[in-house]
Design a protein around this ligand. Sequence first.
Ligand SMILES: [Zn+2]
Length: 233
Amino acid sequence: MIICPVCHSENDNYATVCSNCKGFLQNRIPNLDLFETVWGIVESPRATFHQVTLAEHKNYSVFLFTLFGISLSFTSFWYLRLGNRFDTLLELIVWALGVGVVTGLGLVLILPVSYHLSARAMGGKSGFRSSLGLLSYSLVPVVASLFFVLPVELLTFGMYLFTANPHPYTIKPVSYVALVSFDVGVSLWSFILAVLATSTGHQMSIIRAIVVVTLTMGALAGVFFFAPRVFRL
Ligand SMILES: [Zn+2]
C-alpha cells in the first residue's frame, strides 16, 4: 500500500499516480535494462522485483527463458548420461544447444502460465505479464551458471561429464562433487529469488509464495518426467 503524500489516499503498491488526486506516487518504468536488472537481483532482490513488476515491458523474458532451456538441456544430457550417443563433444554441445533453445521456447509457453495461475489461486494481485517478468528474472542464477559453471565443467571433464562408464565422479571426485554442489546451490538461489519475486510482485506472504513456486516447480518436474518418455530417450 502506498499512501498519497498529497491527499493521503491509499493506493496499490504499483500505482504511479494517486487514484484519487492524480498526484505523483512513483516513477513509471517503461523498459528493463538487462545488466542493471541482473545486478540489482544480486544486490537487492526485493527492490529489483518491485521494478520488474512496475516495468511496462518485461524485456528479455523470452531471452532468459531460452538460456534457461539451454541450461536444463545440458543438465538433462548429464542426468540421462547421453554422452555415449555422440562421437565428439562438439557434436553433443551443438545438440544440447539446439534442444535447449526448443526447450526454452516451449517452457516460456507453459511455465509462466502455470506460475501465474498458481499465483492468482493463492491471492496474487499482478497480471500475467508481471508473472512472466518475475519468473524469468528469478532464473538469473541458473542462467548465469551457463556462462560461469558449465564451461568449467566442460573443461574439467570433457565428454566424461556425460558418460556413465567411466562416471565423471570416478575421474575427479572432488571437482565433480564441488561442481554438482555449485549447480544445486544455484538452483536453490533461483528458488529463493522466485519466492521473493512472488511475495513482492504479487503482494502475498512468504508462505503463500513458497506454495506458488513449489507448484510451478512441480509443473516443471512433470515436463521433465514425461518428456524423455515421450521422446523415448
Ligand atoms: Zn492523492
